[in-house]
Design a protein around this ligand. Structure first.
Ligand SMILES: C[S@@+](CC[C@H](N)C(=O)[O-])C[C@H]1O[C@@H](n2cnc3c(N)ncnc32)[C@H](O)[C@@H]1O
Length: 308
């Protein structure tokens, strides 16, 4: 019924210019910030016509399929589904990644994790790197692409997320060097026989305090996976668990890199230092000046304690 209504409405649109105006006004009414821009992107996705060519072809006619195709996407966006899920893609670190509602949409600040992992491993041949909570695989793919001799293990609790990650790994031809493992945090690499052998463990864990999830914008709250967002009462459950698990797998001097939420860096660093196995060597700030990635090095003496 709804599809039929959409088709009827679409057929009543006589030109590209009119379709653009109606789409913009629908998105505007739904509270979308940049309705003209987003309408143009949705039209581009269906018609394969750039925003520039749309502007100089406003008299162009449309097939019913084109009208309906655009209107279905506009309705999804008007329902506050993120544009990235509607278009099925998000750019990260210079590459386009497939995204579905099974994975978090990659955020630009997570590039800090990639840069630091690459900085630490660029001189090491055959480095072993573990990405915990790989989601779309954006971090694992970016690291593997920058380090052509590295071996990467990408772990996620969600089997649906791993399907998306594998597609992205194949898209960029790095699937042979990335092992995807399903399970809870570092548990799956226990079976890979990697005690004290990993150079870098990186993770962008869920870090929103459970009680704050309901206050997020609708695009995030209603569409991104809760497993990728909610990090326990104070948002730092996964950080604490990784700090406890990581020393058994890291080489002495190896690094644990974790993204944190606003105001969490000091507490996570304190927790890591108090545990006695790590020293904080840097806290990286994002472009907004927010402390965003905590970087820990496994202390030498933890070799004896972990092997005893
Ligand atoms: C914030 S998202 C990060 C996704 C991706 N790495 C990125 O930066 O865009 C967190 C990811 O961790 C996964 N995750 C949450 N809890 C986990 C757990 N206990 N074990 C393994 N993965 C987990 C979620 O499924 C999700 O894909």
């Amino acid at each position: 019924m709804r599809q039929q209504q959409l088709a009827d409405a679409a057929c009543s649109v006589s030109s590209l210019g009119e379709l653009l105006r109606k789409s913009e006004s629908r998105l505007d009414a739904a509270g979308i910030d940049q309705p003209a821009l987003e309408s143009a992107w949705l039209v581009e996705h269906v018609l394969k016509l750039s925003p520039l060519m749309q502007r100089i072809n406003t008299e162009r006619g449309l097939t019913p399929e084109e009208c309906e195709g655009v209107q279905v996407l506009v309705e999804r966006r008007a329902n506050r589904e993120p544009l990235q899920y509607v278009l099925g893609t998000q750019e990260f670190c210079g590459r386009d990644f497939f995204v579905t509602p099974s994975v978090l949409i990659p955020r630009p600040e997570s590039v800090l994790l990639v840069e630091e992992a690459v900085r630490r491993c660029v001189q090491i041949s055959d480095a072993t790197i573990v990405d915990v909570g790989t989601g779309s695989g954006c971090l694992a793919v970016s690291v593997a692409s920058a380090l052509p001799t590295a071996r990467v293990l990408a772990i996620d609790a969600s089997t649906d997320a791993l399907v998306v990650a594998r597609n992205n790994m194949a898209r960029y031809g790095v699937e042979a060097r990335i092992t995807c493992l399903q399970g809870d945090l570092l548990d799956p690499i226990g079976q890979e026989g990697l005690p004290n052998q990993v150079e870098v463990i990186l993770s962008n864990p869920p870090y929103i305090p459970d009680g704050d999830v309901e206050n997020l914008q609708p695009e995030v709250r209603d569409f991104e996976p809760r497993l990728a967002l909610a990090g326990g009462r104070d948002g730092m459950d996964v950080h604490r668990r990784l700090i406890a698990q990581a020393p058994a797998y890291l080489k002495p001097g190896g690094a644990l890199l974790m993204e944190v939420g606003i105001g969490q860096a000091a507490a996570v660093c304190r927790h890591a230092e108090e545990g006695g196995r790590f020293r904080t060597y840097v806290v990286l700030r994002d472009q907004g000046g927010i402390e965003r990635v905590v970087c820990f090095e496994k202390k030498e003496e933890s070799l004896s304690s972990s092997s005893s």
